[in-house]
Structure formats: C-alpha cells, structure tokens
Design a protein around this ligand. Structure first.
Ligand SMILES: [Zn+2]
Length: 524
C-alpha cells in the first residue's frame, strides 16, 4: 500500500502575556476542523500550535508577577492548553519558543542565512521607550497619540548596532514565487495587498536586539538576541526537527497551511518565504489569513474590536462553562465566516444555540430516538440489509457531501455547515412532520418503522459530516445506534455509500422510559 499523503498545518503562536480570548480561539477551531477533516480522509496529519514567548512584554508581565520568565511562560502554556483541550482542539504538538529544541533550531537557521550572505551588520534607529526598555513601532506610538501605549511617555529616538536581514534582495524571487503559486496567499483578497507591498516597499529588516536577556543568542555575535519575529516564524520548522532531526524535518516540511490572523499576513507571505529562500529550504505551500471576531456591545449595539481597553474581552471558558465546548465551536464556525469577519454577542449566541443545536439537531435526534424507544422497544425489526429511502430529492446526498468537502477545503466552514442544516436537517424535519410516525404507528407499524429507519439514516449522515466540526456530539449521535462501521473509520464517502446494515437497526444509547438523555439541552 502507498504511504498516505502527509498534511502539516499550523496556527499562529500566541503571546502569553494574557490568556486567550474568543478571537484567538476562532483561529484554532478553524485549523482544527481542517486537521480533523484531513485525518478522516486518510492523511497522515501533523497539527502544530504553540506560544511565542520571547517578546519583551511577556518578560515584563512575568516581572510584574515576580516570576522568572520561563516559569511564567510554562504556567501560561499550561493554561492555554487547558483552554484548547476544552475546545477539543486536536493539536499533535505544542511548541514553546523558550524550549531548547527551538533555540537550537533558530541558531542553526540564522547561522545558515548568515553563512549564505544574507545578513549584514548595521545600525537601527527607532523610537525607544525607557519604561519598556524596547523599541516601539511608529504605528504603535502614533495610535497612542505620540506616546508609549503602556507608559504614556513619549519615546526617544535612539540608535544601536544591529544585524539586518537583506529582505529587499528577495523582491524578484518572491514575485516569481507568487506567480508560480497562485494558491500561496489565501483568501484571494489578501493577495493584491501583498503583491503591492512587495513591489513597492520591501525593505531590509533588523533581526536582532542588543542587551536583552530574554531571547535566543545570535550564534555569530553573542551580544545580540534574535528579534522576536524572526524567532517566532521559525517555530514552524524547529518543531518538526529543523537543525535536530533532518529526517523528521524532511517528512513534514513544507507546511501545507499556516493559519494566521489577517493582520500578520505580510510577515508570513513576504518575510517568511524570503527567510526560507535565504536558508535554502522550500517555502510553505499556503498561508491562510482568516478574519477577525468582533464583539457586539449589547447596550449600544455597536460592533467593537476585542480589546482590554474597551473591557469587552470574552474568554472561551466564560462560554464553555455556560454552554459547552461544542456549542462554542458551532457558533463561531457557523456564524463567523472563517475567511472574513464575524461578530459575537451573548444574545446572538443563545439564539443560535437554541435554534440550531437544541432545536434543529438535538430535537430531531430526540424525536427519532424517542419514537423508536417508546413504540418499537428500541429495535426496528426487519431492517437488516434494508436500503434507506431518499427523503430529499432536490440535491442528492453525494452532491451534498462533495459541496461540503469543497467548502471545507476552502475553509468556508460556515457554508459547509449551511449544507447540513439546509439539505439534510431541514428536509428531515419536514419529513417527520409530514409522515407523523407517532400517528402512523397505530395504523401501519411497518410503514412507521420504515419512516424511522429513513430518518436514522439521515442522522448517520449528519454525524459523519459533523465529525470535524462537533466531534463529541457527532460521536454521541453515531454511537446511539448499532451501525456496522466503527466510528474511528468513517469517511465522507460513507455518507452516500451506505454500508450494509448487517443486523436489524437498534438504538443502543441508554434510554429512560424510552427516551434518550437530551443531547444538546435548551439553555434559558
Ligand atoms: Zn513603554
């Protein structure tokens, strides 16, 4: 048998100076759907996440708390992973940039770029804040009205020795690369922005800092540490063995998708591939810059950017403890288009949950199982080897699945979910209302059995299709029945290629008085 195709995907690594908010979680969920989908389709998947720890603001936060930076970062990494697990994020590896494997790989990488002649010594001049002991960008300072946003003090102009990466040399190779790989920058809308940037203002970048303790030492000049962007981008290669395990690195690199927020597209689409060229490795295959989540102010109705200053930060755990991790995933995947922006409000969340999950999906499941439980003692006799009937004729099941797969591969998760609700769940609701098996059973038990069998088939299809989106709910639905195929092995193709029901169909979920436990209880 041929080796399965491998699929390597990553998310952005986060600064652990505060806990993750719903916007951070949005990215991880989107990447997770892709990872779970690819695993179902038989790919050998490696899904990397992590934290970006060498930023000055991280060290400062640790200092405020009286902790050593490493101690602080380890504790934050534990907290981040706790949130990601509560959201069922199926990462295979979580890198902290303070780990030895990252330090070692970074030092080898920058040495290689230096040896290849793409790093040179110079002077950096910029706006320096004494309080931060760090340079601030023009943008940060301008946005704060000419002062350091943290210290409210005007920064001073300062210059210091540094090393530059000769990014401007890579203008033509980058433009050629974009030309040959039109898929590289996704979604399409971000492409023009990057093209314009690379054509007009690609400047060499300072990749070191002097006199900082918290960071990775530059191997060819130990007075310097590697600047945080150069260091951070390298997590994608150091985590899979760059500089330490050549074979492992060869297996996984280049990455199939880097998922990142749209605001950092330029670093990933220009600086990062140029760094790869400079070190003599392949660039990644695709960078996907997803949209943002905004928060709707319930009092004013104004949609705001998530910010500590506005006091509108919502942490995933606030939602998970009131609803569930699955409810969280559903809302953001269905209501916020991944390539574009979306918004959150508690009211919108509650309405969506109750209508689509407690109502639509949970209600259909409960009605079907209850009918089988109360009227047929949980067993549909005579259904072994039966072919299910078609209940929706406008689009056949195979087409629905193919539409969904195309949407998932394009990261249009909301549209993929729309297909399930519009082309399977809604017709199933109409079917049960029209056939009324609870009345039909009194006059024609065989016909009622048949109707329920057809509806269980719809639940089977839905559970497989929902597996990458709502892994727990999907599994609970599937495992409520004695379907012949193991849950671990179901693939999208099994939705339309109905595997033979070898035994009579039976409800194996625990029932009380013929009824199942509510799958997705309504929340007031
Ligand atoms: Zn400052």
């Amino acid at each position: 048998m041929a080796e399965p195709d491998r699929f390597y995907l990553t998310t952005a690594i986060d600064y652990p100076n505060s806990r993750p908010h719903i916007g951070t979680a949005f990215e991880k969920i989107g990447a997770d759907v892709q990872a779970r989908y690819r695993r179902m389709e038989g790919y050998d998947v490696h899904f990397l996440m992590g934290n970006d720890e060498h930023a000055h603001k991280v060290a400062r936060k640790a200092q405020e708390l009286g902790l050593a930076p490493k101690e602080y970062c380890d504790d934050m990494a534990r907290q981040f992973k706790e949130v990601w697990r509560a959201l069922e994020i199926s990462f295979d590896d979580f890198i902290q940039t303070s780990e030895p494997r990252h330090h070692e790989g970074c030092r080898k990488f920058i040495q290689q770029v230096y040896d290849n002649g793409h790093i040179y010594k110079g002077t950096y001049e910029g706006l320096y804040c004494e309080g931060c002991e760090a340079f601030k960008t023009e943008k940060e300072v301008n946005e704060a009205g000419g002062v350091c946003p943290d210290h409210k003090v005007a920064p001073v102009r300062r210059s210091e020795p540094c090393y530059y990466f000769a990014l401007s040399k890579f203008r033509d190779p980058l433009l050629e690369f974009y030309e040959r790989n039109p898929e590289f920058i996704q979604p399409e809308a971000r492409r023009n922005e990057i093209l314009a940037l690379v054509q007009s203002e690609l400047r060499d970048v300072n990749v070191t800092r002097i006199g900082q303790d918290w960071g990775i030492r530059v191997p060819f000049d130990e007075r310097f540490t590697i600047y945080v962007w150069f260091d951070a981008l390298l997590n994608y290669v150091t985590a899979i063995g760059y500089g330490s395990d050549e074979e492992r690195f060869k297996k996984w690199w280049p990455a199939d998708i880097h998922f990142i927020g749209k605001d950092i597209t330029r670093f990933h689409c220009a600086l990062w591939p140029a760094m790869c060229f400079a070190a003599g490795i392949d660039p990644p295959r695709m960078v996907f810059g997803h949209g943002f989540v905004y928060v709707k102010n319930e009092e004013t109705g104004i949609v705001e950017k998530i910010s500590k200053t506005l006091g509108n930060v919502v942490e995933p755990m606030d939602i998970i403890t009131q609803f569930s991790g699955e409810a969280f995933r559903y809302y953001f995947l269905r209501k916020c288009p991944f390539p574009a922006d979306g918004e959150f409000s508690w009211e919108g969340f509650r309405l969506t949950y109750n209508a689509d999950l407690a109502g639509g999906l949970g209600n259909l499941y409960s009605r079907v199982v209850t009918q089988i439980g109360t009227n047929f003692n949980a067993l549909l006799e005579g259904t072994a080897h039966a072919e299910p009937g078609v209940i929706y004729t406008e689009v056949d099941t195979e087409t629905t699945v193919q539409q969904m797969q195309a949407h998932i591969e394009a990261c249009q998760y909301n549209q993929a979910l729309d297909r399930i609700w519009l082309q399977i769940l809604k017709p199933s609701d109409q079917y049960i209302e029209q056939k009324k098996p609870w009345i039909l059973v009194k006059s024609d038990a065989d016909a009622a059995r048949r109707v329920l069998y057809d509806l269980v088939e719809q639940l089977r299809c839905v559970s497989i299709l929902l597996k990458p989106f709502l892994p727990r709910t999907a599994e609970a639905i599937y495992r409520s029945f004695n379907f012949p195929q193991p849950w671990e092995e179901v693939r999208h193709e099994d939705v339309w290629v109905h595997p033979l029901q070898t035994e009579d169909l039976r409800v194996i979920a625990k029932l009380e008085g013929g009824k199942p436990r509510p799958l997705l209880p309504r929340i007031a």
